[in-house]
Design a protein around this ligand. Structure first.
Ligand code: ACM
Length: 780
């Protein structure tokens, strides 16, 4: 069951108002140094914000602060351009400094009851100081208007902060090709980047599913390339055959809109790095201009996700085309870096192209990988000649890295490490920590995502600089970035749900000194921070509050269910009768013991409020629960599969990509052949097994299931054979097979699910190796 809706979360949280947290200085990202002090600076109508005469940029930063403060509080705090200290009332003083130790992006804030002093070398430092100052005020400072029903003490707790970032590159990415996001939303996204003291927005503007930036010289890029005729419904492997919505999809940014967004980002000290993908992920461009593909087309803008074999062909005219595009892009984006993609470029069309093969010979290249290197290097040289630098995904290392390139390491960190060792700058964006398209809570209770699991604490735990690199190579790791691919993210609200608060964890990864990072402390500061996001109408996820469940088998054949909340200030309420747990439901104090199958539901509560989503788990208790299982042919997926999952009482689910299926898979001609030791002979009449059917991914039902029993674990006799239809297609699901037989006495139960071997003719991927995948075997 998917969460009903995440749209209301922001609203709900804004009305909660569990005002002041335990931590008086709940700044995210946590400052490098913060010295707590007694007392507070009281804001009032006589407070003055003072900016030295003649510093317009700092004045406008001070205005940002007072405008927000006044709008949310009703106060009338004024900004004055003055060099005099002697003004009536208390003072917030912006003081440009020459002390280089502050750092280019750094700042200092000294808060005393009578005066707040802010120092920085540059406007950017003042801007970050203001972000911190805002986070020292009540969360309500982030609301859009005054609410006179609440009495709020507009004060800033005394302290002294000295702060600067750990890394120079602090990025957040957004894919607007798979799903287009409107300008107003992009600006809000930039606001949030800036609020978290991140400085880079990586705008992924082109891909197979849509070209989203106007290029004057090539109008068809957006007239045709922005459009796809329809979009796949549900997850890629969700149904067989795949289903499509029949709805044309369109959307792009005009150059005027791009200019507006770039200017807006500059006002928030955010650099926008545009990405124009090449040589792969090029279908949308090729649809509009097929002459730049090896076959000449026709091509279609992609209607589903993945990697497509049709890519740019390295003709001279293709380089001219791409350079003309980049010329317009560089006019629009002042960024030093231009991202040229470079990832996931299949070599099929280059292998088949006489032109490419001749080019490989002519250039003395070894193969198509070196042709990829030639492609990137040629673009790199050209971009460099224009005074800019390229960034590419780590595949640009293939066949030799071009000289001026910076590598964005996404397939783990190896690419970044290799680049750093070669003396190139690298930005870390590893999937396991920083791909915000993955699930952040129990996948069975979340909106469909691409797959994988990335809870908040895992993003928080990320350490961008590998410690085993030399000191010189470590300096080449200039920062990190989280990526947001929107295949399964259609709306701005859903983007926000996936991004926040995980990107807040990232902000601390890239800003806060390593020694200062502390998950427990972050998990306290995240609460007022979520409240801020609520006031900013951000549809953030409350997965942090979702209750976790762990099970262990009990000695007498039941299940012990241990519930946990990540926030120790929360209590857990639960139900065992299927009802929705609420504030008044039973309080969880100790592990629950299930002696029979049933549903456990739980939710975290705090301060009289329900905090997370209700989590719900169905458990099965049978004679097999917790008993040991052997597989005749070891599971090939997942690697190092824990066979205990087969009898752990938790039925599998067919969520996401195949690797996310909770269960065990056998490959090639192997049968799924499992033997369970019940520990002692006993009467049995029924076996059930959950079988995954995901024919789009070659996971087929077995031809037959043979249930066998034994007293000694050596001699087995068959008690029932049932036949199934491996050619059955349709929705991806786990089908529970119930196999009954006349009562028999047995200690060992063997279930042999016979693999069809090769995918039968008439099915997707006919002739490929078929899988059998299963989860949860019960015996009764
Ligand atoms: C990527 O995720 N293909 C960079």
């Amino acid at each position: 069951m998917l969460k009903a809706s995440f749209l209301w979360l922001g609203l709900l949280m804004s009305s909660v108002g569990f005002s002041q947290s335990a931590n008086e200085y709940p700044i995210i990202p946590k400052p490098a140094k913060l010295e707590a002090r007694q007392g507070k600076f009281q804001l009032s109508n006589t407070t003055t914000v003072m900016v030295p005469v003649g510093n317009d940029e700092v004045k406008s930063i001070a205005d940002l602060f007072t405008n927000q403060l006044n709008a949310s509080s009703g106060l009338k705090v004024a900004v004055r351009n003055s060099n005099k200290m002697a003004l009536p009332g208390n003072l917030i003083s912006f003081q440009p400094s020459q002390d280089a130790s502050i750092g280019e992006e750094g700042y200092r804030i000294d808060i005393k009851p009578e005066v707040v002093t802010i120092e920085a070398l540059n406007p950017k430092g003042f801007f970050y100081a203001v972000q911190s100052l805002m986070q020292l005020l009540p969360s309500e400072v982030f609301r859009g208007s005054v609410n006179t029903q609440m009495v709020i003490d507009w004060a800033i707790p005394s302290c002294r902060i000295e702060d600067k970032p750990r890394y120079s590159y602090r990025g957040l990415h957004l894919d607007v090709s798979r799903h287009f996001m409107p300008v107003a939303f992009v600006k809000k996204y930039i606001d949030l980047i800036a609020l978290h003291k991140m400085n880079t927005f990586h705008w992924h503007l082109t891909d197979d599913q849509g070209w989203r930036i106007e290029i004057k010289k090539y109008p068809k890029l957006t007239q045709q390339g922005a459009e796809r005729k329809e979009t796949i419904i549900g997850h890629y492997y969700e149904s067989d055959p795949q289903r499509f919505d029949g709805q044309p999809y369109d959307g792009f940014y005009t150059q005027n809109e791009v200019r507006e967004v770039v200017k807006y980002a500059q006002s928030k000290y955010v650099t926008i790095i545009p990405e124009i993908e090449m040589p792969g992920h090029a279908l949308a461009a090729l649809r509009a201009y097929p002459e730049y593909g090896c076959t000449g087309g026709p091509y279609e803008t992609a209607t589903k996700w993945g990697i497509f074999p049709e890519v740019f062909c390295p003709y001279d005219k293709t380089f001219e085309f791409l350079q003309n595009i980049l010329t317009e892009v560089m006019e629009l984006f002042p960024s030093q870096y231009i991202h040229i993609g470079g990832d996931e470029c299949p070599k099929d069309s280059w292998k088949q192209s006489k032109f490419c093969q001749d080019l490989i010979k002519k250039l003395g290249l070894k193969d198509e990988h070196e042709l990829q290197s030639y492609f990137i290097t040629r673009i790199d040289k050209w971009v460099t000649s224009k005074g800019r630098k390229i960034i590419g995904w780590d595949e640009i290392l293939e066949g030799g890295l071009s000289p001026n390139a910076t590598v964005m390491s996404w397939r783990g960190t190896e690419g970044g490490i290799a680049a750093a060792k070669q003396g190139h700058d690298a930005i870390m964006t590893p999937g396991n920590f920083l791909y915000l398209d993955k699930y952040q809570s129990d996948p069975t209770q979340e909106p469909t995502s691409i797959g994988g699991f990335l809870p908040l604490e895992q993003t928080y735990s990320y350490e961008p600089t590998p410690q085993n690199l030399s000191a010189d190579a470590q300096k080449r790791i200039i920062g990190a970035q989280a990526n947001v691919w929107t295949e399964y993210i259609k709306t701005p609200e859903h983007v926000e749900y996936m991004v926040w608060p995980r990107a807040a964890a990232l902000s601390e990864v890239v800003w806060t000194p390593r020694e200062q990072k502390d998950w427990k402390d972050f998990s306290k500061r995240i609460q007022p921070h979520l409240e801020r996001l609520g006031f900013l109408n951000v549809s953030y996820s409350r997965a942090f509050y979702d209750v976790l469940a762990e099970t262990t088998p009990t000695k007498d054949g039941g299940l012990r269910v241990t519930l946990k909340a990540k926030d120790d200030d929360c209590q857990i309420r639960y139900s065992l009768n299927g009802s929705e747990p609420m504030l008044q439901s039973a309080a969880y104090n100790k592990p629950l013991v299930l002696t029979q199958s049933g549903t456990v539901k739980a939710v975290a509560v705090k301060g009289g409020q329900v905090m997370g989503e209700v989590q719900s788990w169905n458990y099965i208790v049978s004679k097999a629960t917790g008993k040991s299982v052997q597989l005749a042919t070891a599971a090939t997926r997942p690697k190092n599969a824990d066979l205990a999952v087969l009898t752990d009482g938790k039925p599998g689910s067919a969520i996401g990509y195949l690797d996310d299926i909770r269960g065990i898979a056998g490959v090639k001609n192997a049968d799924f052949n499992a033997t369970i030791d019940l520990g002692a002979a006993q009467p049995i009449t029924m076996v059930t097994i959950g079988l995954v059917k995901a024919t789009a991914g070659n996971v087929l039902l077995p031809k037959q299931i043979d249930v066998q029993v034994s007293d000694d674990g050596k001699a087995f006799k068959s008690v029932k054979v049932v036949t199934l239809d491996p050619t059955e297609r349709g929705k991806k699901e786990v089908l529970k097979q119930i196999i009954t037989f006349g009562q028999t006495n047995a200690r060992y139960v063997r279930v042999i699910a016979q693999n069809v071997g090769k995918v039968p003719a008439g099915m997707p991927n006919a002739g490929k190796d078929a899988w059998v995948a299963a989860d949860e075997i019960t015996v009764d």
